[in-house]
Design a protein. Structure first.
Ligand code: ATP
Length: 419
């Protein structure tokens, strides 16, 4: 990923990056907070989040042009996916105010942040946009508490009040005991928790997450991931509007209401997460959607699909019965039969073969709904060898059975929509 999170280096089109540490803050003193900041701060969170984000952005970086329109409803989480160099970080950086767009209108809640035609460009620290990047990018000379208190100080809060806010967010992120340490005394995972606390302490109307787990090692990533899931999904900050750049389809499934897929600076696909992954139209979405997904609600023994069918599987984390969830399994773990298989505990559903797609050394059999079974099988994939295809003698339109062992199915919580 690129360094839209405001690295120290000067980059083309960058808006004075040496004065910013993330999308919400800048390194000069809290005295710079002006009356507009104070007025912003005085608004209630409810008022601030009523209208979500509407952005129409054209940004050039070298020979590259990002040209996209994005709308995010209040409280909605949208995952931005796309190949390397497709413009994901450029989009987030433009929304954060780090890059000067060629032409753009960006409206957040009830405020116009950017309107190039009208000459409006609200500065980074006044946008109420939090940007969390791969690297924590904490101020090295400040303690964890001072790092987190910096945003509230910039917004006009006194030292003591800002310190109280910082302590609350550090505790929320499980790092209260590290408040007096400097970044050099923190592990990568600890620093990223402090960075999350710092991004949230300014109570941003929009939270931009640019692959926040990518730089963490395998030991630290799961805990930070779980923490951010809690932040994004379970209303830790309440009704947070989020744009999340990720390469991990499970993050998108678990955290996002909708996906936006970029390629070469354009939006090539967007829609509800489960829909895009079930019926990917872009090559990239098809590749990341290399998993079978069934949406429903968590229940004893697995997932209850929309028609009540139990998809047996194991929960990836504790789930409440009835909470929105998704059952995930790999197409290669799906066995295909002409007759209904008997025996061992497994999930067996009738399908009508919709398509056969060569996928390297296997053939992907794409299911359509059969009159004999549930509609949710539409789009499920089974990867089988050409030899097995020859043995089964299948062709599109055939009535078949897909079977997958319960041990191959993981049930994950699905992003919960707030009302
Ligand atoms: N400072 C810069 N100057 C000129 N071109 C740049 C600069 N930074 C990025 N670009 C170009 O802009 C395009 C989009 O980059 P961007 O970082 O937004 O992509 P991305 O989708 O975030 O990629 P990744 O997944 O690798 O992080 C790329 O073609 C890149 O080469």
């Amino acid at each position: 990923m690129s360094a839209a999170g405001a690295g120290p280096e000067s980059r083309e089109g960058h808006r004075e990056p040496d004065r910013t540490v993330d999308g919400a803050l800048r390194t000069d003193t809290a005295d710079t907070a002006d009356t507009a900041d104070t007025a912003d701060t005085a608004r209630t969170a409810d008022t601030a989040r009523t209208a979500g984000l509407t952005a129409r952005v054209t940004t050039r970086r070298g020979g590259f042009t990002l040209d996209v329109a994005v709308q995010v409803a209040p409280g909605e989480v949208v995952a931005v996916l796309g190949p390397n160099g497709s413009g994901k970080s450029t989009l987030l950086g433009t929304l954060a105010g780090l890059f000067d767009p060629e032409s753009a209108t960006v409206t957040l809640a009830d405020r116009v942040l950017t309107d190039t035609a009208a000459g409006v460009a609200v500065p980074v620290h006044r946008r109420r946009v939090g940007l969390l990047s791969q690297q924590a990018l904490l101020f090295p000379h400040l303690t964890a508490r001072e790092n987190v208190a910096f945003g509230p100080r910039c917004a006009g809060q006194g030292r003591r009040a800002a310190g109280t806010v910082a302590d609350r967010w550090l505790a929320e992120m499980g790092v209260a005991e590290l408040a007096d340490r400097r970044p050099s005394e923190l592990s990568g995972g600890q620093a990223q928790r402090v960075a999350i606390a710092r991004a949230l302490a300014v109570e941003p109307d929009l939270l931009l997450l640019d692959e926040p787990f990518a730089a963490l090692d395998v030991d630290a990533a799961p805990a930070v991931r779980a923490l951010l899931r809690r932040v994004v999904r379970d209303s830790v900050v309440g009704g947070q509007t989020v744009l999340l750049v990720t390469h991990d389809v499970l993050d998108a499934v678990v955290l996002a209401d909708r996906l936006v897929v970029l390629a070469d600076g354009d939006v090539v696909e967007q829609g509800p997460t489960a829909e895009v992954l079930a019926r990917p139209r872009s090559g990239f979405a098809a590749r990341i959607a290399g998993l079978d997904l069934v949406t429903g609600t968590a229940g004893a023994g697995g997932l209850h699909a929309s028609d009540g069918t139990l998809v047996s599987g194991a929960a990836s984390e504790p789930l409440d019965h009835g909470e929105p969830a998704v059952a995930v399994f790999a197409p290669r773990s799906v066995a295909v039969h002409r007759e209904r298989p008997a025996g061992s505990p497994r999930n067996v559903v009738p399908v009508r073969l919709a398509a056969m797609e060569p996928q390297g050394e296997v053939v992907r059999l794409r299911a359509g709904a059969s009159e004999r079974g549930p509609a949710w099988v539409d789009g499920l994939a089974a990867d089988v060898t050409p030899a097995a295809i020859a043995e089964l003698g299948v062709e599109p339109g055939d009535e078949l059975w897909f079977a997958v062992k319960a041990t191959e199915v993981a049930v994950h919580p699905m992003r919960r929509r707030r009302r």
